[in-house]
Design a protein around this ligand. Structure first.
Ligand code: PEP
Ligand code: MN
Length: 368
């Protein structure tokens, strides 16, 4: 059960103490308090875990500090959608809306290789009206002998250049909790010119200690990739780890599943699950066409496979696109074969706009 408290009620208020005193009578119910930062105010939510069947909805609703009560089903308690659940499906960060209604594009480098590539990428984004990007500093690689990313060393110039080109949010993978601290330190050292969305990659979807650490901090939103070899349910439970530690600013990314049935794509594209995740949870849903397809193959119609699958995700209501670009894919240190070129950015954005418009027309059509 979730108690959503009235906006002005916090844990020090008399109204809160009354709820707390009442719950002492139910020793099998554990209480967890979460603060949810909205655009204008911080809401306090109280999650009641355990034998909540013993509680009456009407009684809990009658407490003066309580605005709304949601009885949750067992699945995805915090991030899930439940009956009569009016909690928002999204959040805002750096003045940008991330919700199940919005669409944000994160085109950028799979891996930061040089200040020159970062600057060329960010200049192209600015020229095309984009304020978000992806920049990998910590790269999980199959072989220990492959380039592992420049790590903390590249953060100062990445953040400074982001400030220079008006980039507001950078999606950046972390593979260890210490990376969160390094990112925070580098942001402080550079005067916080940009924001960061922590990315947890498909190899770490069930790294529960990393999830707990990313969940304990509430400043940075988290982009959680679906695990490439586990069920959707298992990946959604992984997202719940972030929320159960206190961070509800979570976006769920589909990036394809590992199986040779998907050949010749790098992974089996799973973007049919965009509306499924939106139905089951309140998380905005991201698609990663680059890691799904893994190549620059082009269909007989002249359209790249990466763009075809992007279209499939967007027309089904995706809320974010994470896509690899590079000024010169032939020299990229990671995933060059799947990167789009900077000259292709305007065409890519136009293709996305066409698909988004078609999605909006589909919604209007369904509402007739
Ligand atoms: C990435 O986005 O750079 C990445 C490594 O993705 P994934 O975790 O989906 O393989
Ligand atoms: Mn990659």
């Amino acid at each position: 059960m979730i108690l959503i408290l009235k906006p002005n009620i916090d844990v020090d208020s008399r109204e809160f103490k009354r709820i707390e005193t009442h719950l002492i009578n139910y020793p099998k119910i554990e209480m967890r308090v979460h603060h949810v930062q909205g655009a204008e105010q911080t809401l306090t939510e109280v999650y009641l875990i355990g034998h909540t069947a013993e509680l009456s909805l009407d009684e809990m609703r009658s407490f003066p500090g309580v605005e709304h009560v949601v009885r949750v089903s067992e699945e995805y308690r915090i991030l899930g959608r439940h009956k009569n659940d009016s909690r928002p499906a999204g959040f805002s960060y750096q003045g940008i809306e991330f919700s199940q209604d919005s669409l944000n594009i994160f085109a950028g480098l799979c891996a930061v290789d040089s200040p020159g590539s970062v600057e060329a990428m960010m200049r192209a984004l600015k020229d095309n009206g984009q304020v978000c990007t992806r920049m990998g500093a910590y790269k999980p690689r199959t072989s220990p002998y492959s380039f592992q990313g420049h790590g903390a060393n590249c953060l100062p110039y990445v953040f400074e250049l982001a400030g220079k080109y008006g980039i507001k949010v950078i999606a950046m993978e972390v593979t260890h909790e210490s990376h969160i601290e390094e990112i925070n330190d580098a942001l402080n050292a550079t005067g916080r010119p940009t924001g960061v969305m922590l990315q947890i990659g498909t190899r770490n979807t069930q790294n529960f200690e990393l999830l707990k650490n990313a969940g304990r901090q509430q400043e940075f939103p988290v982009l959680l990739k679906r695990g490439f070899g586990i069920t959707l349910d298992e990946s959604l439970h992984a997202a719940e780890y972030l929320a159960s530690e206190g961070n509800q600013k979570v976006i769920f990314a589909l990036r394809g599943m590992k199986t040779n049935i998907g050949d010749p794509h790098r992974n089996m594209v799973d973007f049919a699950h965009v509306p499924v995740v939106k139905r089951l949870t309140r998380m905005p849903v991201c698609i990663d066409p680059s890691h799904s397809v893994g190549s620059r193959h082009r269909s007989s119609d002249g359209i790249l496979d990466v763009m075809h699958v992007t279209a499939q995700g967007v027309i089904a209501g995706a809320n974010m696109i994470l896509v690899d670009f590079h000024p010169d894919p032939s020299v990229a240190l990671v995933d060059g074969p799947q990167a789009l070129r900077l000259e292709e950015l305007p065409m890519f954005l136009e293709d996305v706009r066409i698909c988004r418009e078609a999605y909006e027309r589909r919604i209007a059509n369904a509402a007739k």
